[in-house]
Structures are given as structure tokens and as C-alpha cells.
Design a protein around this ligand. Structure first.
Ligand code: NAD
Length: 255
């Protein structure tokens, strides 16, 4: 029997077969879950095509986290496919290139606010919209790139990730009494569409493999996806507000 048998999971952020979320969706299905995807209007058809490439075809609901009406309509859209949810995966991130790639000191608020809204505030928006669907409790899991540090070229996306991690702790505080956990997985660099959008991503990635005691393969999203899947199971019943590193061990090394 799979570790997610009988559970209903909403997975955001499936854009390509390389998306971390695609592998989360696949692993969740392999562990017995029913998976519903969400996709953004302009790329909805691509997400639908990805849904057909999963082991079991997954339905897709539309969700652009910057669109208040779509966020408000999410519970209704989910209920068209599933009566309730047991888990939600936040795998969403975006920042304009003007605030990454060495542009920290020149970054301006309109672009910074886009990064913070899509990459950090959206976790609160998603959690608030889906909490009523998790009346029996549940697990919300997000993806971050350790926001405690100033990384090369990550710039305002790094600030947004620090905010995202803080949002996760507040969601854990406010939804804990309803039995809803909220945790994040801090992954090492993985060559996805979002990563390729970061100017100079190779500077973040360089030497990661040699610095990681376990080594690191930036073309393999599965280790991060496995940790997300594990956090969706009942095997972390007393863990919330936590950041779990899946980075080959780099976070624990001095140099
Ligand atoms: P990806 O490009 O496959 O996924 C990013 C997703 O964000 C896409 O599906 C995109 O549609 C979605 N998105 C963007 N704007 C949105 C909006 N307004 N509303 C709803 N969805 C929106 O790349 P990925 O690397 O799989 O990214 C998933 C998550 O993992 C992100 O939070 C990212 O920051 C995080 N992460 C990535 C890495 C890495 O190196 N790739 C490392 C650590 C954490």
C-alpha cells in the first residue's frame, strides 16, 4: 500500500517534465494519491499536456496566484474534481530579470513587489484558499532556495525566498490548530525553466557538487520531489514551520 493511499493532493507549478512539481505529482500518484494540478492561463495547455504524461492522467484547474478572482474561485474549482484535500504543494516562483543577475542595488519596487507577491505572498493566498478544503487536517509543502544567505545573482528572489520561509512559519502558526502543517523543502540548484530564467544561474550552481558531502546532480529533481512527497504523508505528524534541506548537505558545510 502506498504512503498516500486515499489522499487527495493539489499540486501547483507543473510547467514541464523538468518541473520539480511534475516529479512530486508523479511520486504522489505512485504512492496512491489522487492528484489535481493547477496551471497558469498562458501555459494552461502545456500543464494539461503534462497532466496526460503522468502515470494516471491528472485534471488541471486554472490558478494564477496574482489574480484575486481565481484565488477566490479555487475551492469551487477544486470541488468540481475532488470533495476535499489532504495536501497542497506550492511550487511557484517568479521574479523579473531586472531584480536578479547582479541587479540587487538597482532593483526597483514594482519589479521587487512582483517577485514578493508571486513567490512569497502567494503561499498565504494558496493556504487561505485551500484550508477550508482540509477540514480533516492536511499538509502544505513549499519549495525554497535557502533564504538565510545572500547568494550570487539570486538578489531579490533571495529576499522573496526569505519572506516565503517566514510566510510558511506564520501559516504553520495560524493553521496548526486546524491540524494543517506547513513546511518547506530547501532544494539545491536544479536546471528547470525557473532556474534558466535567472541570469547567471551557473554561478549559483558552480561547485555545488564538490561542496556537497553527498554530491549533487542539478539535472535530477527527484530528491527534492521525494522530500516534498514524504512531507505530504502521515509520517511527519508533529513537524510544522520547518525547512528541510535537500541539497546534498551543502547547508551544513563551512566552506
Ligand atoms: P518551474 O519553472 O518548472 O516552476 C515554476 C512554476 O511557477 C511554473 O509552473 C509557473 O507556471 C509557476 N508560476 C509562475 N508564476 C505564477 C503565477 N502567477 N501563478 C501560478 N503559478 C505561477 O521551475 P521549478 O524550479 O520547478 O520551480 C518550482 C519551485 O521550486 C519554485 O518555487 C522555485 O523557486 C523552487 N526552487 C527551485 C530550485 C531550482 O534550482 N530550480 C531550487 C530551489 C527551489
Amino acid at each position: 500500500m502506498g504512503m498516500l493511499e486515499g489522499k487527495n493532493i493539489l499540486v501547483t507549478g507543473v510547467l514541464t517534465e523538468g518541473s520539480i512539481a511534475f516529479h512530486v505529482a508523479r511520486l504522489c500518484q505512485e504512492q496512491g494519491a489522487t492528484v489535481l494540478l493547477s496551471g497558469v492561463g498562458r501555459s494552461l495547455k502545456i500543464t494539461q499536456a503534462m497532466g496526460r504524461r503522468l502515470p494516471v492522467e491528472a485534471q488541471v484547474v486554472e490558478l494564477d496566484v496574482t489574480d484575486e478572482e481565481q484565488v477566490a474561485a479555487l475551492p469551487e474549482r477544486v470541488r468540481e474534481h475532488l470533495p476535499h484535500l489532504d495536501g497542497v504543494v506550492h511550487s511557484i516562483g517568479f521574479a523579473p530579470q531586472s531584480v536578479m543577475g547582479g541587479n540587487f542595488m538597482t532593483g526597483e519596487w514594482p519589479d521587487v513587489s512582483t517577485a514578493v507577491q508571486i513567490s512569497a505572498y502567494s503561499l498565504k493566498a494558496l493556504a487561505a484558499a485551500t484550508a477550508p478544503l482540509m477540514s480533516e487536517g492536511g499538509s502544505i509543502v513549499g519549495l525554497t532556495f535557502d533564504g538565510r544567505y545572500a547568494w550570487p545573482v539570486y538578489d531579490w528572489m533571495g529576499v522573496a525566498k526569505a519572506a516565503f520561509e517566514a510566510v510558511s512559519r506564520y501559516v504553520a502558526r495560524d493553521l496548526g490548530p486546524q491540524g494543517i502543517r506547513c513546511n518547506v523543502v530547501s532544494a539545491g540548484p536544479i536546471k528547470t525553466t525557473a532556474a534558466k530564467h535567472i541570469p547567471g544561474f551557473d554561478q549559483m550552481e558552480s561547485n555545488w557538487d564538490t561542496r556537497a558531502p553527498l554530491g549533487w546532480d542539478s539535472s535530477d529533481p527527484e530528491p527534492a520531489a521525494k522530500a516534498v512527497t514524504a512531507l505530504l504523508t502521515d509520517w511527519f505528524p508533529a513537524t510544522t514551520g520547518e525547512m528541510i534541506h535537500v541539497d546534498g548537505g551543502v547547508h551544513a558545510m563551512g566552506q
